[in-house]
Ligand binder design. Structure first.
Ligand SMILES: NC(=O)c1ccc[n+]([C@@H]2O[C@H](COP(=O)([O-])OP(=O)(O)OC[C@H]3O[C@@H](n4cnc5c(N)ncnc54)[C@H](O)[C@@H]3O)[C@@H](O)[C@H]2O)c1
Length: 391
């Protein structure tokens, strides 16, 4: 099997999920590449070395540029905060490396456009880690929708709720808290949590035409960890929007870090003429399905346990009835990417597909700022037109 040398940037939460995925993928999937954990990059040498030793990386770098320049690296995997994505991805593409990037692709559409242009100009395989597409129950939802079982779609509903920033004593910025610093994150829950909901929605229900949003920053000032000063908070703490899809369906989306009691409650529901589907991250191996075509007296919501060999991805795991979890979604994504990359292709969501999500989040923030409906730009039209933000 051909070896594929991976250079990973970042050893935090996502650095661990990705390292685990690359370590496990060839044990469970027949893929044409053998991923090799060649080098990990982070700014703190001692901690990077400890991470490398734990996960089996061959070497350590403290500057991502050395990874990108290295002739021994085939693939750059970006698992660092949002403000680093564009510079690293563009340099990696120009160096001819395959690029995998964490979400959101850019801090805004303009940044994501430049990244998309760079990978397409270089012709390198690329993908963005919107991992919820690879939860078998969510993949199964797409298959059911693709079979036309829902008929005309009327409604899409999604929410992603957390509660970890309620305390006004929580500082912003720096390690672990970069999500509260708008310069690093780009936005708050819109780019962080709603981006996941939007990516899944675009995949399941097609394009979004227009949005009307409201956002709120409940705590207006926080101490900044890097300056030691109390500074204005620039992120949205909560974000909710109405959307109209191209297929005529109406949608509501909501995300917040102020829903006391909720840690990561991602739920979605889709209602069609003939059937409905619902999914809940806290019960991720189940898909709820209601089919109006069932015999009347027996009609009701089915709770399908997605663990059988003919369910998406599941034949690669244990025996029917035994569940898998969160980390497996990254293994599925690595498997799909490596299979595509071996043919010189990208895997979904590609940078261009993830650019579409950034266009939706841009429209959400613009709508909230101006209190008006905003039309969503099209990533495909931007390809045809060469992009509106080129520089
Ligand atoms: N797909 C998902 O479900 C999911 C979940 C969490 C985070 N994310 C995304 O993953 C990315 C990382 O988030 P995280 O939660 O792992 O963050 P984290 O804070 O846990 O880890 C970030 C890592 O990046 C490193 N880093 C920071 N700046 C760097 C630089 N200039 N060069 C090299 N390394 C640098 C840090 O040392 C740290 O190891 C973000 O873009 C985030 O939005 C995605």
């Amino acid at each position: 099997m051909q070896k594929l040398n991976i250079g990973m940037v970042g050893y935090g939460f996502m650095g661990r999920t990705h390292s685990n995925a690359f370590s496990q993928v060839s044990h469970f999937f027949d893929i044409p590449y053998q991923p090799v954990l060649k080098a990990v990059c982070a700014r703190n040498t001692a901690r990077a070395e400890s991470f490398a030793a734990k996960w089996g990386y061959g070497s350590v770098e403290t500057d991502w540029r050395r990874l990108v320049e290295s002739p021994h690296i085939d693939l750059i995997d970006i698992a660092s905060p949002n403000d680093t994505h564009a510079e690293i991805a563009i340099a990696a593409a120009r160096a001819g490396k395959m690029v995998m990037c964490e979400k959101p692709l850019g801090r805004n559409g303009a940044e994501a456009e430049r990244m998309t242009q760079a990978v397409e100009e270089a012709g390198v395989p690329n993908m963005v880690w919107y991992n919820y597409r690879r939860v078998p129950a969510v993949t199964m939802a797409r298959e059911i929708i693709g079979q036309g079982r829902l008929g005309k779609i009327f409604h899409y509903r999604a929410k992603f709720l957390q509660d970890w920033t309620i305390s006004s004593d929580l500082p912003q910025g720096g390690e672990g808290l970069w999500r509260l610093d708008v310069n690093v994150a780009g936005s708050g829950v819109t780019g962080d949590l709603l981006a996941h909901c939007i990516d899944t929605a675009l995949w399941l229900n097609g394009g979004i035409e227009e949005v009307s949003a409201m956002t709120e920053t409940f705590i207006k000032q926080r101490k900044h960890n890097l300056t030691g000063q109390v500074e204005p908070v620039g992120i949205d703490d909560a974000s909710a929007f109405l959307a109209r899809f191209q297929n005529g369906s109406l949608a509501t989306f909501e995300a917040t870090r102020y829903a006391r009691g909720h840690k990561a409650l991602y739920t979605l529901e889709i209602n069609g003429e003939h059937a409905s589907l619902a999914w809940d991250l806290h019960d991720l191996h189940r898909l709820q399905y209601f089919d109006h075509g069932d015999e009347g007296r027996l009609r009701g919501w089915r709770s399908i346990h997605i663990t059988d060999g003919d369910h998406p991805y599941m034949k690669h795991w244990w025996v029917p009835g035994l569940q898998i979890g969160y980390e497996h979604t990254f293994i599925h994504q690595a498997a799909d990417f490596l299979s595509a990359a071996a043919k010189g292709e990208s895997a979904s969501p590609t940078f261009r597909e993830a650019l579409q999500t950034d266009y939706v989040t841009d429209a959400v923030l613009e709508s909230a700022a101006h209190r008006k409906w905003v039309a969503v730009r099209s990533a495909e039209a931007a390809r045809a037109g060469g992009g509106a933000h080129e520089n």
